[in-house]
Design a protein around this ligand. Structure first.
Ligand SMILES: [Zn+2]
Length: 164
């Protein structure tokens, strides 16, 4: 027996892959919203494909009448089951970018990693240590040597030239 519904479960919430002109996503009807079944109006359950589905699930009026992007939909996509209209093939993923965007906007974003500023600071320091320190503006003299030379020069001429 096939699953009956081409259902997606995203973070514990149920969605249905449905067709309008292409594949969209419908969510469950909530609260007082009127629900509709996964099958189009007029399906009798006596069609040849029907024996391979869970008809109770297909006829359960639990779905919102509109897709996430706001369209009135016709029927669920058949997924791995036989197509209802005799010419289509199974559809396993939505084509509608708006539906996908709306679905993903309900997902929690990934928390920024608090180590990133530390990594950036470390890399900046390593870059400075390797590049600027040795090849920078101190005539290629590492800081300790430059500092020693600076104080040596101060000792040699401690009062500078300004007093003359
Ligand atoms: Zn859509």
């Amino acid at each position: 027996m096939l699953h009956g519904l081409n259902e997606l479960v995203v973070r514990g919430k149920r969605y249905l892959l449905v067709g309008v002109s292409s594949s969209h996503i419908a969510r469950l009807a909530e609260g007082d919203e009127p629900g509709r079944p996964a099958l189009a109006e007029g399906r009798t359950g006596t069609e040849p494909w029907a024996t391979r589905y869970d008809l109770g699930a297909l006829l359960d009026p639990i779905w919102n009448h509109r897709t996430l992007c706001g369209r009135e939909w016709i029927e669920m996509e058949p997924g791995e089951g036989p197509p209802f209209d005799g010419w289509g093939t199974g559809v396993y993923a939505p084509h509608c970018r708006n539906c996908l965007r709306i679905l993903s906007s309900g997902l929690e974003s990934i928390a920024p990693d608090e180590r990133i500023p530390l990594i950036v600071a470390t890399l900046s320091w390593v870059h400075w240590f390797n590049e600027d320190r040795l090849h920078g503006h101190c005539a290629d003299v590492p800081p300790a040597e430059f500092e020693a030379a600076f104080y040596a020069a101060q000792q040699a001429a401690p009062t500078g030239v300004g007093n003359q």
